[in-house]
Design a protein around this ligand. Structure first.
Ligand SMILES: Nc1ncnc2c1ncn2[C@@H]1O[C@H](COP(=O)(O)OP(=O)(O)OP(=O)(O)O)[C@@H](O)[C@H]1O
Ligand SMILES: [Mg+2]
Length: 529
């Protein structure tokens, strides 16, 4: 069974309060009872004194009738139960209850035994000891007070000489006073106390309920609602407008926890996204490496084949060119055949060029590296070919990093790479455009050179094949060896070539060369270009 916090607190506090209030009420009532009883005893004592004093004279003159009448009148007062006079022999000489007049009381009887105890007569006994509480014949609780009537000088010297001077006590006046009044007072007081207790309990319970609801239950409910929202994944749920006390501190701590959770979740999500991107990047790198490996193996086997063929073709080609030249210059040659001979020579030259390209491609010569700045190598290349007609409509932009570190390269080979790249770029822009050359470093590991043109771009399906030997889209004048040769050179330098292109927008070639020499290779003479 679920009992709310407020109910538990209210019931607990009310129970504790009830116990305490009952305890105090009991003490109060007990004290009051003692006080009222003492007051009743004192009143009874004073009444006896008054009766003795007022009847003194009448007794002195032996006017018993008058004295008894006076006692009878006092006995009729409200609260007085009954009054009687007992002489020294124990005989009841007068009583407001006529039936007992003439009767005798024993010393051991209640009312006598306080003074007559153990056969002795105690002359002085305290008021409280002389009193006795009991129920009368009507069943009413009464307090009885016995008071000795002493033999005074005036009594023993009175005309009647009734009491000899030796006799100390003449008799006893016994008065019983009803305690009904006291009980009525007590009842009223107890009832008031009960009502007050009930009222206080109700009031305190209500106050506790109200304050607990406002100060505890309300903020706790807010926290509970927010906790449920957070459990449901809503981390924007913040607790607002809570008091500046412990509940407020709890709410602040709760809000802080929510924010930390939110940050942690964001970090986790970010991390997840990064992870995806990293996995994608790594996959791309692996694919690239795979493609590069396949390409390298293909180039190696092709290189060997090409080298053999080129070598075999080179000798007969040299002979063809030589004899074609001689024949062309021979005066005996029929001038009508001169044109044909020129075609033979040109085609033979074209073949020689192809063979040279094949030899370049297949030659796995170890680069003779010297420290050089790629900026300077590129400047030299532009000087060499920049004046060609194909570059006339082309704007060359140099975006060099000024303090580009020197790197170990075979300057001639790198120059050849740059020539191939720039020629390709210019050939992709027959109607002009721009070539931007940017140099920079990457991760303090590579020096990079980027050639961006605004040319025709490379079709997606060709991108994979442009580094293959003999792949060309330039049907008439291209050998398709430029990029494969360049690729081989950069690879032998421990670098990489990347290409990005969009048809009709342009192409970006990025060459990356390592800052430090590859393991095992040594630099040639320390010349710095
Ligand atoms: N910057 C470029 N813009 C557009 N296409 C290019 C670019 N560079 C290379 N290509 C494409 O790559 C192919 C291969 O280039 P590669 O330099 O190997 O041979 P080629 O230029 O065709 O012939 P060669 O260089 O022997 O004269 C080219 O035919 C061309 O289709
Ligand atoms: Mg080319």
């Amino acid at each position: 069974m679920r009992i709310s916090l407020i109910s538990k607190l209210t019931i607990g506090t009310s129970l504790i309060l009830l116990v305490f209030m009952m305890f105090f009420a009991y003490i109060n009532i007990a004290t009051l009872k003692t006080m009222l009883l003492e007051a009743a005893i004192s009143d009874a004592d004073k009444l006896s004194e008054t009766v003795i004093k007022t009847t003194h004279y009448e007794m002195l003159v032996d006017n018993r009738e008058r004295a008894y009448q006076m006692i009878e009148e006092v006995g009729m007062l409200q609260g007085v139960d009954h009054i009687r006079m007992i002489n020294k022999n124990g005989a009841i000489t007068f009583s407001t209850e006529k039936a007992e007049i003439g009767g005798y009381l024993d010393k051991t009887e209640a009312g006598c035994n306080m003074c007559h105890s153990n056969g002795e007569l105690k002359v002085q006994v305290s008021t409280t000891s002389r009193s006795r509480i009991f129920f009368n014949k009507q069943g009413t609780q009464v307090v009885g007070m016995a008071k000795a009537i002493y033999n005074e000088k005036s009594c023993s010297t009175a005309a009647c000489h009734f009491h000899p001077p030796k006799q100390k006590i003449l008799g006893v006046l016994d008065i019983t006073v009803s305690l009904e009044g006291m009980h009525t007072l007590m009842r009223n007081y107890r009832n008031k106390l009960v009502y007050l207790t009930v009222f206080l309990l109700l009031f305190i319970s209500l106050a506790i309920t109200f304050f607990t609801h406002r100060l505890v239950n309300h903020p706790v409910r807010k926290l509970l609602t927010q906790t449920k929202r957070i459990a449901g994944g809503d981390l924007d749920a913040l607790v607002k407008n809570v008091s500046r006390d412990e509940m407020g501190e709890l709410s602040d701590a709760f809000n802080q926890m929510t924010l930390s959770l939110k940050n942690a979740r964001m970090e986790l999500e970010e991390w997840g996204k990064n992870l995806e991107a990293k996995v994608a990047e790594r996959t791309r790198e692996i694919k690239q490496m795979q493609a590069q490996l396949i390409r390298s193996e293909k180039l190696v086997s092709l290189g060997r084949l090409v080298a053999g063929i080129a070598h075999e073709i080179n000798n007969p080609l040299t002979g063809i060119l030589m004899f074609a030249n001689l024949t062309s210059r021979n005066p005996r040659l029929d001038q009508s055949l001169k044109g044909d001979m020129d075609v033979v020579i040109n085609e033979a030259k074209r073949c020689a060029k192809i063979v040279k390209g094949l030899l370049d491609f297949s030659r796995e010569s170890i680069p003779q590296k010297k420290l050089a700045s790629l900026n300077k190598v590129m400047d030299g290349t532009i000087d060499l070919i920049g004046r060609q007609s194909s570059f006339h409509n082309i704007d060359i932009v140099r975006d060099y990093r000024p303090d580009l570190p020197l790197i170990p390269v075979d300057q001639n080979q790198i120059e050849q790479v740059f020539i191939n790249m720039l020629l390709n770029a210019s050939e992709s822009m027959p109607f002009g455009g721009s070539i931007t050359i940017k140099t920079y470093t990457e991760n303090e590991e590579y020096v990079c050179l980027q050639i961006t043109d605004t040319g025709s771009g490379i079709a997606e399906e060709d991108l994979e094949r442009i580094f293959d030997p003999f792949f060309t889209t330039k049907s008439d004048k291209g050998t398709g060896l430029g990029l494969s040769v360049s690729y081989g050179i950069i690879e032998r330098h421990g670098g990489k070539i990347d290409v990005k292109s969009k048809v009709n927008e342009g192409t970006i070639f990025t060459i990356k060369l390592p800052l430090s020499p590859q393991g095992g290779e040594t630099l040639a003479a320390s010349t710095i270009s």
